[in-house]
Design a protein around this ligand. Structure first.
Ligand SMILES: Cc1ncc(COP(=O)(O)O)c(C=O)c1O
Length: 444
């Protein structure tokens, strides 16, 4: 950060280069240095940087009409994008509705309030709590932090957060029940049922989960049967199921939504990040017909709203990104690109401190452990994930570091979530940079 900056930064003791240009999987800074964007800027950039068609579509929309308030008008691009997103979702969503907002946290806030209102509309006013999982992240606003189970991000704001309850994470590499799949009987899914049974189930409105846990656990994929069991428990208990696909959605795992790998039909799906590939701040809440109907035939109004919801220029960006994806069948690029990247990363798995490389599609995590056989993490103070990030950055490759995957405090991993157009030479460059980062951080 230049000393004359007027920006309130994420971290005051960190230098931030200025991003001045983007091309495909690359970001170029003010000095002309080129960085390979192996994390897609936190799993946002799917189609790549610098696609001129998107900006042109946004400019065209802006010159026709940039803004009209949703209390008075709907707009063509928002109407069009809503229909297209519902068509991508599970079959039951075809007759649903979409609520557009400006990002992930607003999507979570909207879902929490909608779940509450659904139960008010259907004559169950006692229901308001949204239960979630430990080791999860659903956003940084207060409602979203309340459901987030990310210890470090919650800690400073604890007095401001309601306690609605968190169940066990689904994390086979560090199973909270010390069991192994399939003998475990998916104890972590059944934990929802036990929790509800013991904790005033009649006050619960919904359960929210990330089908593939992104930043907090480093792309932890549930075993087959987990998502189905969770959906079954929610149905039996009369609570809504909210799938937070803000990171895992819009093709990142190889299907439009990660829950489609397990044929699960939630009541609400949250989208952010990849929906506009970073070209505009945009998020969406996909709402299943039965939830829509409850409000439509009930009070007839959702008691919620943002000035910039369903913004015409942002939704025009969403349409242009989807045009670009569909005309190039880009969701189909994810699996082959992921296989190439995994093949390049394979050699890292024999490193004594690489515990696991995991994930689904182009949402991958690499966990670093002190002891590979016991899976013991490094002490937090060793700052392993951040040091790996810095060492990869020195090799011009951008990765997303996080600590806390083991217990909220300890455990180091990085996330890789590159654009879907990642090439074989780019995959090889990511692997080379990580190889040299490992050598630097763990010298022989
Ligand atoms: C799973 C998940 N939910 C919610 C959010 C919050 O989204 P935003 O940062 O756009 O508010 C994120 C952001 O990383 C996320 O990964």
């Amino acid at each position: 950060m230049p000393s004359n900056s007027a920006l309130f930064p994420r971290k005051f003791r960190k230098e931030y280069p200025l991003a001045v240009r983007g091309e495909g999987c690359w970001i170029i800074d003010q000095s002309g240095r080129r960085f390979l964007d192996a994390n897609g800027q936190a799993a946002v950039v799917s189609i790549g940087h610098g696609v001129p068609e998107i900006g042109r579509a946004m400019a065209e929309q802006s010159s026709r009409i940039a803004f009209a308030h949703t209390t008075q008008f709907h707009s063509e691009p928002a109407e069009k994008l809503a229909k297209r997103l519902l068509a991508l979702g599970p079959p039951s969503f075809r007759a649903g509705r979409v609520y557009f907002i400006s990002g992930g946290s607003e999507a979570t806030e909207t879902a929490i309030k909608l779940a509450r209102q659904f139960h008010l509309e259907t004559g169950q006013p006692s229901r308001y709590r949204v239960v979630s999982r430990r080791q999860s992240y659903h956003g940084s606003t207060l409602g979203a932090m309340t459901v987030s189970g990310n210890v470090a991000r919650r800690a400073p704001y604890q007095p401001l957060l309601a306690e609605w309850g968190h169940i066990a994470p689904c994390f086979c590499y560090h199973c909270p029940f010390d069991k192994k799949f399939p003998d475990c009987g998916i104890a972590c899914a059944n934990d929802l049922d036990s929790f509800l049974g013991a904790n005033d189930a009649a006050s619960v409105a919904a359960f929210i989960f990330e089908p593939v846990v992104g930043a907090t656990l480093g792309a932890a994929v549930p075993p087959d049967g987990y998502a189905k069991r969770i959906a079954e428990i929610c149905r039996n208990r009369g609570i809504l199921l909210i799938a937070d696909e803000i990171m895992s959605g819009m093709g990142r795992t190889g299907k439009p939504f990660a829950i489609q790998h397990w044929n699960v039909e939630p009541d609400i799906i949250l989208i952010g990040k990849g929906i506009a590939s970073g070209y505009a701040p945009l998020g969406a809440v996909l709402v299943a017909p039965r939830v829509v109907e409850a409000v439509e035939v009930g009070s007839g109004a959702f008691h919620h709203g943002f000035t910039y919801q369903a913004h015409p220029v942002a939704t025009a960006a969403g349409n242009a990104v989807l045009d670009y994806i569909e005309s190039r069948s880009m969701f189909d690029l994810v699996q082959p690109a992921a296989e190439t990247l995994r093949a390049e990363l394979l050699a890292l798995t024999s490193h004594p401190h690489v515990g696991e490389i995991r994930g689904l599609g182009l949402l991958l995590g690499i966990e670093f452990v002190k002891n590979k056989s016991t899976r013991e993490p490094f002490p937090k103070e060793n700052n392993v994930a951040e040091r790996i990030r810095q060492a990869a950055f020195d090799e011009d490759v951008l990765v997303y570091p996080t600590q806390g995957c083991v217990d909220g405090i300890n455990g180091d991993h990085i996330l890789l979530a590159p654009p879907f157009i990642l090439s074989q030479p780019e995959s090889a460059q990511i692997a080379r940079a990580l190889h040299s980062a490992l050598q630097k951080v763990f010298p022989a």
